[in-house]
Design a protein around this ligand. Structure first.
Ligand code: NCD
Length: 372
């Protein structure tokens, strides 16, 4: 599959690509408030199968500020999915209505699946607990804006790192940009092992893991806080056991550096007390604004075909589907169950949609087709 005109994962991007997007966004900052004198004749489709405030509205604002137009839905119950339409059919059809699309969906790997059937660029606006690459771009932009650079900074990723898709994408991008990351989470909500393996495979090291936020905060340049992802828990008990396990309050902030950047992708529930909002180090509302220039840059570059990515090759198609129940290949049954061999672990394969791993002797598989 060729990904060159989609924005599905930060893992497809080179450091150069990320820097180019950030630079283009910098050029859009003024226009992000004032709008464009040169309207573009393009239509953005927003397909939100899962709740969203910032991502959908900032994409819509970004397209309006570029002078383009927007169509879409914010509630899948009002679309034909409610009648049982597949993602494949939706995106085949949509390609005749719009020039570019952004999608949010509860299934992991759904944006990749949609992109396989679309002839227009598809942007991943969050696919279940998997990735949120455009949020990562605005997170990088925020760090760059607040601190002037990203390389060499100590960034704490704090909160629900198991289900938090923003943290999965950001961890990769921060390492790519030369930052150090420290993962702080409640027990049981650590970064998933498949994400850790991906990071190790690409960067040759695992991120540091720490459970005591008060101890970790003293050396941090950036504290990135995430919400416990209630909607992804299998039971209420599990959620209530994790809820309230960390709180950023004025007392905790007194242990942090004077130039700490406190970030949160929002929505916040109770992870950061409202008193902290007065602290000049609290950057989360500025961060939310940066979503506009960054998404303007992404729309502009994708519409112009300016983001160049490699073609992926070398998958095996296996008869059995991915073991991850939330994988898109478990609900959209026409999708071929494709896997890639892991470079570092023999007899282990990674689902191309959701990145979950399967450990199995290859001989035991019935290989239907092997791509070059
Ligand atoms: C995040 C998301 O949807 O993953 N929100 C956002 O896009 N700004 C974070 C969250 O929902 O907790």
């Amino acid at each position: 599959m060729i990904f060159s005109h989609h924005f599905l994962s930060v893992r497809h991007q080179s450091q150069g690509n990320l820097e180019q997007i950030l630079e283009r966004a910098r050029g859009f900052e003024k226009q992000a408030r004032a709008g464009s004198d040169h309207p573009i004749n393009s239509i953005l489709a927003t397909l939100f199968y899962e709740p969203s405030t910032r991502t959908r509205l900032s994409f819509e604002t970004a397209m309006h500020r570029l002078g383009g137009r927007v169509i879409g839905f914010a509630d899948a119950r009002t679309s034909s999915v409610a009648k049982g339409e597949s993602l494949a059919d939706t995106f085949r059809m949509l390609s005749h209505y719009a020039d570019i699309a952004v999608m949010r969906h509860p299934r992991e790997g759904s944006a990749r699946a949609a992109a396989a059937y679309a002839t227009i660029p598809v942007i991943n606006g969050g696919d279940g607990g998997h990735e949120h690459p455009t949020q990562t771009m605005l997170d990088l932009y925020t760090i760059q804006s607040e601190r002037g650079h990203i390389a060499g900074l100590n960034v704490i990723l704090c909160g629900d790192l198991l289900y938090g898709r923003t943290a999965h994408s950001l961890a990769w991008a921060l390492l790519l940009m030369g930052a150090n990351i420290i993962c702080v989470s409640p027990h049981g909500l650590e970064m998933p092992s498949h994400v850790m393996h991906l990071l190790h495979e690409r960067f040759g090291k695992f991120p540091a893991v720490e459970y005591d936020l008060t101890a970790a905060i003293a050396d941090a340049d950036v504290l990135y806080v995430t919400r416990i992802q209630k909607e992804r828990f299998l039971s209420d008990e599990e959620y209530f056991a994790a809820k309230g396990s960390y709180t950023i309050d004025t007392e905790l902030m007194s242990h942090a550096r004077s130039n700490l950047v406190l970030m949160h992708p929002l929505p916040r529930v109770d992870e950061i007390t409202v008193e902290v909002d007065q602290d000049p180090r609290a950057a989360y509302f500025r961060q939310a604004f940066y979503g506009i220039p960054v998404r303007m840059a992404l729309l502009d570059m994708l519409l112009k075909g300016e983001i160049k990515l490699p073609t992926e090759v070398g998958y095996v198609i296996r008869e059995e589907r991915c073991p991850n129940e939330m994988c898109v290949s478990r609900s959209e049954l026409y999708l071929p169950p494709e896997f890639e061999p892991l470079a570092e672990k023999p007899d282990t394969y990674r689902c191309i949609y959701c990145d979950h791993e399967v450990e199995e002797k290859r001989e035991e598989w019935e290989v239907v087709e092997e791509k070059a």
